[in-house]
Design a protein around this ligand. Structure first.
Ligand SMILES: Cc1cc2nc3c(=O)[nH]c(=O)nc-3n(C[C@H](O)[C@H](O)[C@H](O)COP(=O)(O)O)c2cc1C
Length: 437
């Protein structure tokens, strides 16, 4: 595992801070001030829909197919119950964890989410500032709408990792990794469940893709290798010109607006369209194999995590091929429909990994109780996705801050009220299977 200097990423964690946070919410009520975002993370989606364009909302909220995996993620959490212990002096709670030599104030991180301009014009910068304000680590997406250098600059004291989609161009993949290292990212997260985009019915019904409008491709358009590749002719010959309709013109305008450079010069030079076409040509390698993990390990001294594992045999292979960590994930139900809920997957993966490397989990985590259950099943930390994108849509940076603080506080309260003073005390004996009775 790569050696990194131990740094503390701390913000309110002591129980008194968490009580203060709860008290401040009640006190605000005296002067008629209510929270900016719904306290229950499950309610964020309905509220965010009011603030987002229909296509953008569908893109964020959709799952693959009949969205059974989306439900499976939630059901897996609901199938376990916490059995609280009492009278254990919970006046001091320590919810911190250590990951790859970094101390985090709570075992919660933000998932990589692409194209956050779908939620708010301040996109990833607002999220990065919210992380800076709350001490929350962020995993920066390959599909962000802001270059990674600008995102990391907006969160100088907070931890960030870089999520990599392995491009068809090896030089560009290397360039992404190099830029992430230079920007101060502390780990590379290779997402392996997206050889291609899933069959997402709501996006398909609307024939909507943000990337084709030039959103979510800022890591590419800001990359020197991409800029060179953009000037090279495609091996498949020239792409056919789209049929010109009012919608085509609107899309060409959106592309020209969303890529770097001036709107009019992009429109004149066709840079928007060229960027989108080059991105589509280079996105993702369906032929990626296990031995590529070893190549990635050679490219960087940073820890490498593999995101998108749900099978225990794949967890075993990840260790064999040198992964430093795993994120148990089904991409928030957006890839394979009818797939296993991630908490159920975590159970067998924890059994396979046996603590050899950190195992993180995402998918359907919506409360402190969910975080608690994931930790009880052996997760080193959890990641949340849609809730912070919805907080961003509702109230920008402040909305993201509230989502983060609410989840952190909820987790600390769950720990305290279940009789756990530190994360190491959150164990499987704190849970009971609902159907076991
Ligand atoms: C709108 C959206 C965009 C996403 N973009 C990425 C991405 O760029 N890279 C990635 O690895 N995962 C991406 N994901 C998946 C998340 O990282 C994460 O696995 C998932 O959202 C967790 O589930 P949750 O939303 O239920 O919390 C995206 C998810 C959503 C909803």
């Amino acid at each position: 595992m790569a050696k990194v200097e131990l740094r503390e990423y701390t913000k309110p964690t002591t129980m008194s801070n968490v009580y203060d946070y709860q008290r401040s919410i009640y006190l605000n009520g005296i002067s008629g001030r209510k929270p900016l975002v719904p306290i229950d993370l499950n309610d964020l989606e309905g509220e965010a829909e009011k603030y987002m364009a229909p296509g953008a909302f569908s893109y964020v909220s959709t799952g693959a197919g009949a969205e059974e995996t989306l439900s499976a993620n939630r059901k897996a959490f609901q199938s376990w119950e916490i059995v609280p212990r009492i009278l254990r002096d919970v006046s001091q709670i320590d919810s911190s964890v250590e990951l790859f030599g970094e101390k985090l104030s709570s075992p919660i991180m933000l998932c990589p989410i692409g194209a956050l301009d779908l939620a708010h014009p301040q996109k990833e910068i607002a999220v990065a500032r919210a992380c800076e304000a709350t001490g929350m680590p962020m995993i920066i997406s390959s599909q962000a709408s802001t270059p990674m250098e600008d995102i990391t600059a907006a969160m100088p004291n907070a931890l960030n990792w870089y999520q990599l989609y392995w491009s068809k161009s090896p030089e560009m993949t290397q360039s992404f990794v190099r830029r992430a290292e230079q920007s101060g990212c502390k780990a590379i997260v290779l997402t392996v469940d997206t050889a291609t985009l899933g069959w997402r019915k709501r996006d398909l019904n609307e024939a909507y893709s943000p990337f084709l409008r030039g959103k979510g491709i800022a890591q590419y358009t800001s990359d020197p290798v991409f800029q060179k590749l953009m000037e090279m002719p495609s091996e498949n010959g020239p792409t056919p010109r789209p049929r010109i309709t009012p919608q085509t013109i609107a899309t060409l305008f959106a592309q020209a607006r969303n890529v770097p450079g001036g709107f009019f010069s992009n429109l004149r030079s066709g840079k928007g369209l060229k960027s989108v076409r080059t991105f589509a040509r280079l996105f993702s390698r369906p032929d990626l194999e296990w031995r590529d993990i070893s190549k990635l390990k050679e490219m960087t001294t940073l820890p490498v995590l593999i995101k998108g594992i749900v099978h225990p045999d794949d967890a075993k292979l990840a260790i064999e091929y040198g992964a430093d960590g795993i994120i148990v994930s089904n991409h928030g139900g957006r890839q394979v429909d009818g797939s296993i809920g991630t908490l159920h997957a975590l159970q067998s993966i924890s059994g396979e990994v046996k603590g050899k490397i950190p195992v993180l989990i995402d998918g359907g985590i919506r409360s402190g109780a969910d975080v608690f259950k994931a930790l009880a099943w052996g997760a080193s930390a959890v990641c949340i996705g849609r809730p912070y994108a919805y907080g961003l849509a509702i109230a920008g940076q402040k909305g993201v801050e509230e989502v983060i603080m609410n989840l952190k506080a909820d987790f600390s309260f769950t720990m305290a009220l279940s009789g756990c003073r530190s994360v190491t005390e959150v164990g499987i004996n704190s849970l009971k299977y609902e159907w076991e009775v």
